[in-house]
Design a protein around this ligand. Structure first.
Ligand code: CP
Length: 296
């Protein structure tokens, strides 16, 4: 693969191959070495999980890492991001991991990037977050591999979530049993790839095998999209009470960062059903598989 931009690039077989490779990496301690491929991050938005796990993934694969901080770069003097890409490529950087608030920027950069460069999308606007969707399904498949009968519920601020977008495409590609998208009307998706939309938590969570709870993306809310905290908590928070609508062995997931006491209660986030830290752990192995797919 030349660039890793979104889940829709992948077939179901590609997805399963990547997940199997990540699961394999999880079982071993000596990894293949790709020391000719230098990695740099271009993170224009904040990150803990994605940036740190791509860093660790590159280290495990022996890839040299250029610690590059876009907020201290010559872009502050007017350089455009395309010139940053060409400049780093000329120095020998071969994988650029990009997070940006602008939808489609990694795709646009990939079109004009030097031939030696691979672009990895680490999240663009509310468009796509392919590594998150892959690590989420790696975590699901480890526990519940029968995807054709699986009921997944995604709840919260779906409209502004690149994770929800990539997960919908993933569910469509893998033809999972059913997908409920649960949100108040002003946060329901404007584009739906798969599943059914509801504003009833009880209906959407009924008999769910997997709940993926999303962060309220305050930084992306537009005029008229504000929801009062108390009414949101009342109708859409994942609490011990709302968790009871789902199956007794339901998996609770959240891409992070968590807004505890807003979209999810600590009793649930830290409870027996939570796979949130397993998602984080799997993120390192999944991103190893993704980096390898670019250079192999
Ligand atoms: N899930 C996710 O993208 O988290 P970060 O913003 O911490 O990378």
């Amino acid at each position: 693969m030349k660039h890793f931009l979104e889940i829709s690039q992948l077939s179901a077989d590609d997805i399963h191959r990547l997940i199997q490779r990540a699961l394999y990496f999880k079982t071993i301690s000596s990894y293949p070495v790709y020391d000719k491929s230098t990695v740099a991050h271009l993170f224009y938005e904040h990150s803990t999980r994605t940036r740190a796990s791509f860093d660790l993934a590159a280290k495990k694969l022996g890839m040299p890492i250029l610690h590059f901080d876009v907020h201290q770069s010559a872009e502050k003097k007017g350089e455009v991001v395309g010139d940053t890409v060409r400049t780093l490529a000329a120095m020998g950087v071969s994988i650029l991991i990009i997070r940006h608030a602008q939808n489609g920027l990694p795709h646009a950069l990939s079109i004009n990037a030097p031939a030696s460069v691979h672009i990895m999308n680490a999240g663009d606007g509310n468009h796509a977050h392919p590594s998150q969707a892959l690590l989420d399904f790696m975590t699901i498949i480890e526990q519940k591999p029968a995807l054709h009968t699986l009921k997944v519920a995604i709840m919260g601020d779906i409209r502004h979530s690149r994770v929800a977008n990539s997960l919908q495409v993933m569910c469509q590609r893998l033809q999972i049993g059913s997908l409920s998208l649960i949100a108040p009307p002003c946060w329901q998706p404007t584009t739906r790839h798969y599943g059914t939309v509801t504003d009833s938590l009880q209906e959407g969570l009924a008999d769910a095998d997997v709940i993926i709870c999303l962060r309220v993306q305050r930084e992306r809310l537009m005029v008229g999209e504000e929801v009062a905290f108390e009414s949101y908590r009342q109708g859409f928070a994942l609490t011990e009470k709302s968790l009871a609508y789902a199956k007794p062995d339901v998996m609770v997931m959240h891409p992070g960062p968590l807004n505890r006491g807003v979209e999810i209660d600590s009793e649930v986030a830290d409870g027996a059903h939570s796979f949130i830290l397993q998602q984080v752990q799997n993120g390192v192995f999944m991103r190893m598989a993704m980096l390898e797919s670019l250079v192999n």
